[in-house]
Design a protein around this ligand. Sequence first.
Ligand SMILES: [Zn+2]
Length: 446
Amino acid sequence: MLGDSLWMAAAAQPNTWPFQWTLLVLAVCVIGILSFLAYRWVDLLQLSFTAEQPRPEDLEHLNDEIYEAKKQRKIKRTRGQFFKRSGSWVSQLLYIVPGMALAVLGLRKAGLGDGTIYTVLMVGTFIVNMLISKMFSLWNPARPFITYNHHHGRTWTTGNMAWHAWGIITWAVPTYFFYAWFGVSGWQGSVIFMVLSQLGQLIFFIYSIKKKAIPYQQYDGLSADFKKNLQTYLQSQGIRDDEVGIIQNMGMGPNAFATSITGYYRQIVVTEEMIKGFPDPSNPKFVLKLSEDSLEAVIAHEVGHIKNHHVEKSVSLGLFISAVVTVGVYYIFGKINPSSFYFPKDMSQQLLLYWGQSLFNVMLVYPLTFIMIGFTRGNEFQADTHLLETNGCKKGWEFFHQIRHIAPVPNHPYWDRCNATHPAPEVREKRMLDWEREHCQPTPPA
Ligand SMILES: [Zn+2]
């Protein structure tokens, strides 16, 4: 029988599993390359979509000329991102695939031991990450989700350097030792270390935000009326006065965010630009300035994040994904002989683990971005629901209506799906206006 003989032939092959593991690596690479290409295709869709968008007619402080200028700048920015992101991804790949292999061969020839080479590769990764971190956020198993959206400002600052070094060291150093001590089962140590590292970073983040925030009751730029209303709302939500504050000089424009780890350690902050008003740099006729009601609505949205434990859930999802990848890396690259990947046969397994993790980082950055960003967008929708259900008549739409004056050109829906951490502002504005018309008196403008 044909079926029998095929089965016999397969069974007669001795020790076929390493071949299958390398196939798995190949599959990850195919997924990585396809998702990189899909992201670039969506960039191109965004470019042609943007060029066709007419000026929205409901934005009263925006004329044709300013809209056109904003649109052209957006097209230019999208085009720039297309090249920067392509360049950074390809250069990471070149650094990892031929680069690291050549470095290992060269440094071995120069007489360096594998432990030293491991350290050299860590330094090399640090430099590459620093150079391209501005172009595209890197995924790294030790990198906490909470900081994904907070990489503003200059690159070579102590904070940014410390943060990148921390990301590499807290992954690579434990892996080196856990593998040496426990072999493939060392993944358990690496995962525990990762969990502790991320919890540590989250606690440190909340601590530093708390230190910078001025409790809203002590902030001069808010009226007594506003403070009283907000206090009533916060009390109904079980949130203390000192858990809501104003933050200065964050360099993130008019914004607000919430961060928490359990109900005992949490903080909501609003940037000072949000309260004082934010002049649109590319439109002299427009200053973003919210009414006090609308500011309260923004805080109600942040309360929604706290009440639904969105930060804890995001960090947990990020950790879960990182843990799965770490287990995969240990099992795949901790077992195969390095020669399967064209490395020297007698190379230490840790160097192959390091290389494998780096390869997975670059291959998985787009698929994981897609998953995490979809999760985040769902959370934002849920926080808006909380705002509507608990404080829905406070003109939450006003913030989005004003933000749309600053960024009026809509995105292609696919681009939003791949890149946006929040639902589109025009969608959020409409949702809130519709809600308000149905539930509130007096009714808002049509
Ligand atoms: Zn939010």
